[in-house]
Every structure is written in C-alpha cells, then in structure tokens.
Design a protein around this ligand. Structure first.
Ligand code: CA
Length: 242
C-alpha cells in the first residue's frame, strides 16, 4: 500500500487533495482502496495496525480516517474513541458485520459515519465526501444535537428526538434529515438530495426522494400533510425550518 512521505502534509496538501489514512489489515481491501481512492483524487496512506496508525498520526494529520473495527493489535472502536478525544479527525468506521454496526452506533465513540463490508467504492467515496463537507467545528463533532423547533438531530449518535421522545428513522431517512439539518433555513435542491443519498445514480426514480420526504414528515411533523418544519420549495427542493 502507498506510503507517501508524510512530513509537511497537513490537513490537505497544496493542491487541495485530501489525505486519507486507511487502517485496514485485509490485503484485498487495502489494495482496492489504494487504487480506488487514488483514482478518486485522495492521497492514500495505509496502516495495517493501530500501532502503525498512531505512528502516522503523530507525524501528520489526515483529513479523514477509514478505520476497520477488527485489527490485529486491538479494537478500532477503542482507537476511534481515542482519535475523537484527541485530534478529532473525522473517522468512518468499517465493520465486517451488521452486529458490529450496532456497537459502533451504540457507543459514543465519535465516528462520523460507518460502512459495512462488502461496500461499494462509490458509496464509500460518497460518504467520505459528505463527511469532508461537514464543517469541522466542535458543534458538529459531538458537542450536541442540532435543534429544529422541538426536534433534536444528533448527527454523531445518529439519533433523533421530538419533544424528547426518540424517533425511529431508516438509514436513508436519517441521512436525508441530517442533510436538511446541516442546511437548516436554506433550500436543499432535489439534485443535492439525490447526490447525497443515492450518489447521483441515474437509476433512482426521483419519486423515491418524495417517498422518503413523505415518510420523514410522518415521523417528525405534527400535521404531516401541512408540514411546519420540512417544507417544499416548489420547483427547487426542500427547506428545514424551526
Ligand atoms: Ca480487520
């Protein structure tokens, strides 16, 4: 796996390419990510153990860490927590089993997102870009939920409450709500929604988006047919208001 000389590489290099640290012990994934992410314009730095990752992190700060849950010398979950409590570089957890995802989500380890093996490179890259687009402020990395009226959206724990009662959302519904919450008070276009949630795949019927918005309204609005928070901006998209 590529090991660029890291001295002097800060968060991004001068060409604005993001450095991503891939902590992964499976050779097939290492190779695929090295090739795939380089083609996508990232500078890929690889570590196969937590110890190696710590050494690299001590020398440079990547933009993002892709972190496997099961590593030869320890748990990616513990290491994610360590990163979150120290340098706060965003981490995408990579799990091999859905049961690991429950652990990742159940603990407050500060992961920005997660993917489950086997994943498609296109999905991973879309999630990476979405994480990198988020402002790297403490407010976004775990210091509290975004409040919209009586709704609280916790992007780190991926939980939503309305009047302090927990709301169950599907993954797509949550991603959609998170997108709106991140742009609260601003119009989010239909194209932005499709791009963020379906990675611009042409095969997605745009009515799918309306179906998700409708379901989301049924869960967060007092009067779903006449939404107060998640309003339609005719011909453009949607806006989330207080
Ligand atoms: Ca592993």
């Amino acid at each position: 796996m590529a090991r660029p000389h890291l001295d002097g590489i800060a968060v991004t290099n001068t060409e604005g390419r993001h450095v991503v640290l891939v902590v992964e012990d499976e050779p097939s994934y290492q190779d695929a990510l090295d090739v795939g992410l380089t083609i996508e314009g990232f500078i890929v730095v690889g570590a196969t153990t937590i110890r190696e990752a710590r050494e690299l992190m001590a020398r440079a700060t990547p933009s993002l860490v892709l972190l496997d849950v099961m590593l030869p010398d320890g748990s990616g979950i513990d290491y994610c927590r360590e990163i979150h409590e120290t340098v706060r570089t965003p981490v995408i957890m990579v799990s091999a089993r859905a049961s690991e995802v429950d652990v990742v989500l159940g603990l407050e380890i500060g992961a920005a997102d997660y993917v489950t093996k086997p994943y498609r490179l296109r999905e991973l890259v879309a999630r990476m870009r979405a994480v990198l687009r988020r402002p790297q402020t403490p407010a976004r990395s775990g210091d509290g939920p975004i409040t919209i009226g009586d709704i609280d959206v916790d992007l780190v724990r991926r939980s939503v409450t309305k009047q302090s009662r927990s709301i169950e959302l599907s993954r797509k519904e949550f991603d959609l709500l998170a997108l709106f919450a991140e742009h609260r008070g601003q119009v989010v276009t239909r194209e932005q929604c499709l791009d963020a949630l379906w990675w611009g795949l042409d095969l997605v019927d745009t009515r799918t988006l309306d179906t998700h918005v409708k379901r989301l309204r049924q869960k967060i609005e007092d009067d779903p047919p006449r939404p107060r928070h998640l309003v339609t901006v005719r011909g453009v998209g949607f806006r989330l208001d207080d």
